[in-house]
Design a protein around this ligand. Structure first.
Ligand SMILES: Cc1ncc(C[n+]2csc(CCOP(=O)(O)OP(=O)(O)O)c2C)c(N)n1
Ligand code: SF4
Length: 264
């Protein structure tokens, strides 16, 4: 049998395709940056939950500034760190919609620190996808509140000195202390197993919102090969070897009702 007819006879099975919740366009992310992986996971979850038509995403200032172009959902662009405030307004105005923010660590843990703390404290029924790549990516790799002790960045060329600049902020642990937080976990994107675990967490976070349970956040350890000065493969290893020990993966707050909502 010739090769062509064998191909014709083979049963077609789609194993990989673009989720409907992602637009068919190239992103501007650097090669090896896991922002793209995080986008895909969010989009797959929105498809699976069937909420694409009633979802509104709020983009940050940072490398994900154009996220509203990449997600095939309605979107808004917030000023630096103000995404939780904008999401609060949107969700309160349109409570039947699914509202999420997508924020980097400079955006969420530095400039917008107060915004996210108060959104969690108020128990706003929104979902936050928090990309922790240990630097300010877009503006050239300056030290962020999440930079590791000793980490060399453009503004800490000798390595982050915690005596001068303090210790890394652990946002998931911190926000989990708020009674308004229903679901707060940390996951990573450095290998396939962790990516699958991240997707499950993103789904539960949205299910918590759909059940009206309050604030949900998934912190994702993410790469920035460009500003770390590493290849994409080295950057994945750096997340596993350097970031995970400082930022342990795990569930920091899971209300019982969230477990129930996730099983439905
Ligand atoms: C009000 C305001 N302040 C500062 C900036 C400059 N700025 C743009 S992106 C950025 C860093 C964002 O870093 P992060 O949130 O960690 O996201 P990443 O780029 O790493 O994904 C800064 C400081 C700005 N655009 N607007
Ligand atoms: S600068 Fe860093 S965070 Fe931004 S797109 Fe490039 S690799 Fe990703």
């Amino acid at each position: 049998m010739c090769a062509v007819s064998m191909v014709e006879q083979a049963e077609e099975k789609v194993v990989y395709k673009r989720p409907d919740s992602l637009n068919d366009c190239a992103t501007h992310y650097c090669p090896g940056c896991t922002h793209g992986v995080a986008h895909r996971l969010v989009a797959e979850v929105l498809d699976e939950l069937g909420v694409r038509g009633r979802t509104i995403g709020v983009s940050p200032v940072g490398c994900a500034v154009f996220a509203y172009q990449y997600f095939n959902v309605d979107g808004a662009e917030a000023a630096h760190g103000r995404a939780p405030a904008m999401a609060t307004g949107i969700k309160r105005t349109l409570p039947d919609h699914v509202v999420f923010t997508y924020q980097g660590d400079g955006d969420l843990a530095s400039i917008g620190l107060a915004e996210i703390v108060h959104a969690a404290t108020r128990g706003e029924n929104i979902t936050t996808i928090f990309i922790n790549n240990a630097v300010y990516g877009m503006t050239g790799g300056q030290m962020a509140p999440t930079s590791l002790p000793g980490q060399r960045t453009t503004s800490s060329p000798l390595g982050r000195d915690v005596e001068l600049t303090g210790f890394p902020i652990h946002m998931a642990e911190m926000l989990s202390a708020s009674p308004g937080a229903a679901y707060v976990v940390r996951r990573s994107l450095h290998n396939v197993k962790e990516i699958n675990r991240a997707k499950k967490a993103i789904k539960i976070a949205f299910q918590a919102q759909l059940a009206g349970l309050g604030f949900s956040m998934v912190e994702l350890l993410s790469t920035c090969p460009t500003n770390w000065g590493l290849t994409p493969v080295e950057a994945l290893a750096w997340v596993e070897q350097k970031m995970v020990p400082v930022y342990p993966l795990g569930d920091f707050k899971v209300y019982d009702a969230v477990q129930t909502a996730a099983k439905r």
